[in-house]
Write a protein that binds this ligand. Structure first.
Ligand code: F6P
Length: 319
């Protein structure tokens, strides 16, 4: 039986993490389980930055972006000695189990703690939508909305000036933010790790669009693929469009979560508590076909990411 659980957020923050913290806290308290908020991810855990949570700790946070707990990346958590230290601190605080909200690095930490006897559940909190075992991650929908709002604005000014806007979006190595926003905004070109990067092909396509009489072009590019400023210069030099690069950056990580993210985070938070109450650890929570599911973290980490071939084909048909 568990009496006290901890909750922490880890890795890059994402809108909706607060909604998940709130759901975990309220569902646990409702089950008569004490809740401890762990500040600043695994780093705060090993530094014993742990505070008791009650209902008031999570009031007025549902609509707020970021994470009230703070987050951090802690590469040392891969080392056994760090995990052992974290277990000691959890036991000293009489914390029986833990909910970890973060990306795949955070999942690995949760699995390592579970292997040492502290049941942990992982919730997928990242704007990248790059976690297997779930159709959606907490924060992706909000980030997508932010990107779409920005690209729609860029389209207005691009059409006034016969420009090509090259918009770099986040996603780590996952192309979902670029692909989904490309479809949502009617971009002319989407470039991701899945499409590959062929500079001459891109410039040819822009010349073709210019010859067709288009007055603007939008290219959405995943981060970590090319130097967008350099590409914009080449666009200006060798096509009829004048190229302008915009790196959206961390603006994509902020903002009030969309209702979809709030509901998703709340459902996942509830599931995490239910799993811990039934004695399950080392699992992560996901949504598949709009059902909330759970599976062992190891299985999720080993699963190949769902292919987006159909969506890339759709994008091509809509250009
Ligand atoms: O994982 C979320 C994410 O925003 C990625 O999209 C991006 O590559 C990375 O984090 C940026 O990390 P940082 O905030 O540490 O610069």
């Amino acid at each position: 039986m568990i009496r006290k659980i901890g909750v922490l957020t880890s890795g890059g923050d994402s809108p909706g993490m607060n909604a998940a913290i709130r759901a975990v806290t309220k569902c646990a308290l409702g089950n008569g389980i004490e809740v401890m908020g762990i500040k600043d991810g695994y780093r705060g855990l090993i530094e014993n930055k742990i505070v008791p949570f009650d209902k008031s700790s999570v009031s007025d946070i549902l609509s707020r972006g970021g994470t009230i707990l703070g987050s951090a990346r802690l590469p040392e958590f891969k080392e056994d000695a760090t995990v052992v230290k974290a277990c000691e601190i959890l036991r000293a605080n009489e914390i029986d189990a833990l909910v970890v909200i973060g990306g795949d690095g955070s999942y690995r930490g949760a699995k390592a703690l579970t292997d040492k006897g502290i049941n942990c559940i992982g919730l997928p909190g990242t704007i990248d939508n790059d976690i297997s075992g779930t159709d959606l991650t907490i924060g992706f929908d909000t980030a997508l909305n932010t990107v779409v709002e920005c690209v729609d604005k860029l389209r207005d000014t691009s059409s006034s000036h016969h420009r090509c806007s090259l918009v770099e979006v986040m996603g780590n190595h996952c192309g979902d933010l670029a692909l989904y926003s490309g479809i949502s905004c009617g971009a002319e070109i989407v470039i991701t790790s899945e499409t590959g990067y062929d500079e001459e092909e891109i410039l040819d396509q822009l010349r073709y669009l210019d010859n067709l009489g288009k007055n603007h072009a939008i290219i959405v590019i995943s981060e970590k693929i090319c130097d967008v400023e350099g590409l914009a210069k080449k666009v200006s030099a060798s096509t009829g469009f004048s190229g302008r690069a915009t790196v959206l950056g961390h603006i994509q990580r902020g903002g009030s979560p969309t209702p979809n993210d709030r509901v998703l985070a709340s459902r996942m938070g509830e599931k995490a508590v239910d799993l811990l109450v039934s004695g399950i650890g080392g699992h992560c929570v996901g949504t598949l076909n709009n059902e909330i599911v759970s599976l062992p973290i190891n299985e999720a980490l080993a699963m190949p990411k769902t292919s987006r071939k159909g969506l890339y084909r759709l994008f091509e048909r809509l250009v």
